[in-house]
Ligand binder design. Sequence first.
Ligand code: PEP
Ligand code: MN
Length: 341
Amino acid sequence: MIIILRPDATKKEIKHVVDRIKKMGLKPWISKGVERSIIGVIGTEDAIRLEPLEAFPGVEKVLPILKPYKLVSRDFRKESTVIDLGSGVKIGGEEIVVMAGPCSVEKEELLIDIARKVKAAGAKVLRGGAFKPRTSPYSFQGLGKEGLKYLKAAKDETGLLIVTELVDLRDLDLVEKYADIIQIGTRNMQNFGLLKEVGRSKKPVLLKRGMSNTIKEFLMSAEYILSEGNFNVMLCERGIRTFEDATRFTLDISAVPITKNLSHLPCLVDPSHATGKWDLVAPCAKAAVAAGSDGLIIEVHPNPEEAISDGAQSLYPERFAELMRDLRKVAEAVGRGIPQA
Ligand code: PEP
Ligand code: MN
């Protein structure tokens, strides 16, 4: 249920409503809007018990949220969520945030070199996997803690924020210590234990869409994180499985306007994993920005031929810089912006 408060509701009136909800053994979530605030009551609430709240001073209406996802829904929060990622970087507002870097963290000097180059082109966040969720147990699994240290060194050197994937619940403390944004990969989108744990974290979460999941399931996974108290969630469309085999996955570009319509959360696109081919990354990145994406996450490597993972979809730094120049024009055409370095 959502309790819509009157625009002139006083703090005392709001507290009275909140106290009553808590007394019922339910959890109130307050969403402060520009014009009015809303209280979400999630759980196995009994509508009959909540309805009398309409008689409380300061309450305008009590409405059911009909969608299965509640806190992520635009019914709960009308205004788009803008997440402060740190260092003055915000996602979900007018500016488009670009995250770039190698698929896997490899060598420290190599990572710092990539970080410098993507930063010069205008990226604000450095990506790189220290824990790699590989299809084969015999493939490179990532450098683990050593890789996280390299990411930290690259951050110290360039000031870029860090996004890196958490694969195993047991590594949460470690990843939290080094990352500015915790990435949950496509293969873990429905790892509900992991989702609940990052929901208790204070770090922003980049949640990738499961490769075989619907948008509704995607939003339900985000709901797991918000329901534990972490509202700093970014959705990331990264391609889904279809019958098409010309690309690694099929980029579902419509997921951008759909999620942004259904939810207040920012939405990004990963054109690298979606296509699996470097020459498709630029056109798909441009399409993503044109479709309203709030950000991009792109794989960049100075020597894709030698990359430990995903070389075929990695851009040379020069190509990435060229793409950034083109993206600024697309962003401008849709009333957005991509800041310079
Ligand atoms: C990645 O970004 O490194 C990654 C493994 O992506 P995905 O989970 O989308 O496959
Ligand atoms: Mn990759």
